[in-house]
Design a protein around this ligand. Structure first.
Ligand code: SF4
Ligand code: ZN
Ligand code: ZN
Length: 316
């Protein structure tokens, strides 16, 4: 198998593009794909201050690395859910990448703030862990943007994530969610940050290969609560289709991008305590804090790799 660009030995075959590439040309191909997505869909403008939501996994860490390499300097934000054998190794890997990039990471210590883990909290408020976690993560990430002067939250959702979610939403005709799957969600000044997904057209396999080829040490394990997620079923069904007909996922998502039209956000009020968009007077997050008698002033741990003496390796 030879690289289509240089004719040297290829290290990866990309069936959906009917091609194979060597290490160097694959890295260049993937970075160009991210750059083209950012530019074509106007995800990040020159005046924006982006911040990447990092989990310790291959997608978000590679995205963070690529953005800084492509000239979009970005800090990171991590929600430390305090999950045994998962959260702390994830944070170590995030800090390692922060050291390489010489960037800052804001860490929200979930267990310290709520005095309980996500599972116990979800039980108390009678919601599934992922539903409670989703509300908290969306809120905290937005809050970091608002409090610390970032205006663009960048997430590592990849092609497989988006195709799986879209498939599920279409299957049950959840049309109220369909517009949320776009790769750019505009914000509301002073209340809500813009959200963008530069990996929208990059597959899970490509991202894993990119991380490995660039020695980005990421956490292989998934969050233990993701095991029963329906999205995994959708992803595996799409993988079967992809195997039978390479390029299916890419066509599915590209077709969607041609069809989708941004709809208006439905929440029209803002929380009287924190300003977050909501229905009614108080947002779900502030409600949760009140219920647990937690102060509404949220503080983050700040890990700043720029304080270290070393130079950023990726930029040299
Ligand atoms: S799998 Fe569920 S609990 Fe785990 S990080 Fe994702 S949303 Fe949160
Ligand atoms: Zn090559
Ligand atoms: Zn609020």
């Amino acid at each position: 198998m030879k690289c289509r660009v240089c004719g040297q030995a290829a290290c990866i075959s990309l069936k959906s593009y009917n091609t194979a590439l060597c290490r160097e040309d694959f890295v260049a191909f993937l970075e160009k794909r991210v750059l083209t997505t950012i530019q074509k869909y106007h995800l990040i403008n020159e005046t924006d201050r982006p911040i990447v939501a990092v989990s310790g996994g291959k997608d978000s860490l590679s995205l963070w690395y690529i953005m800084n390499k492509l000239g979009y300097p970005a800090d990171g934000i991590y929600i430390d859910l305090g999950i045994e054998d998962y959260s702390s190794p994830s944070l170590t890997k995030i800090r390692n990448v922060a050291d390489v990039l010489k960037r800052k990471v804001y860490v929200f210590p979930f267990r310290e703030v709520f005095k309980k883990g996500i599972e116990e909290l979800a039980r108390t408020i009678r919601r599934p862990p992922c539903s409670a976690c989703g509300t908290i993560k969306r809120y905290i990430m937005n809050r970091v943007c608002m409090d610390k002067g970032y205006n663009t939250l960048v997430t590592g959702h990849n092609l497989d994530d988006e195709a799986g979610a879209l498939f599920g939403n279409i299957l049950y005709w959840k049309d109220e969610y369909l517009w949320k799957k776009n790769l750019l969600l505009e914000g509301t000044e002073g209340h809500l940050s813009k959200k963008v997904k530069p990996l929208f057209l990059c597959s899970e396999r490509e991202m894993a290969a990119y991380a490995i080829l660039n020695n980005i040490d990421y956490i292989y394990e998934e969050c233990p609560f993701s095991k029963n997620a329906k999205s995994l079923t959708y992803k595996s069904m799409l993988n079967k289709l992809e195997e039978a007909s390479p390029g299916t996922k890419l066509q599915f998502i590209k077709g969607y991008l041609k069809q989708v039209k941004e709809t208006e956000r439905k929440e029209s009020d803002f929380c009287t305590f924190c300003g977050y968009p909501t229905y009614g007077d108080m947002c779900n997050f502030c409600r949760m804090l009140e219920r647990f008698h937690i102060d509404k002033t949220i503080s983050f741990e700040e890990y700043d790799a720029r304080d270290l003496d070393t130079q950023p390796e990726v930029m040299t």
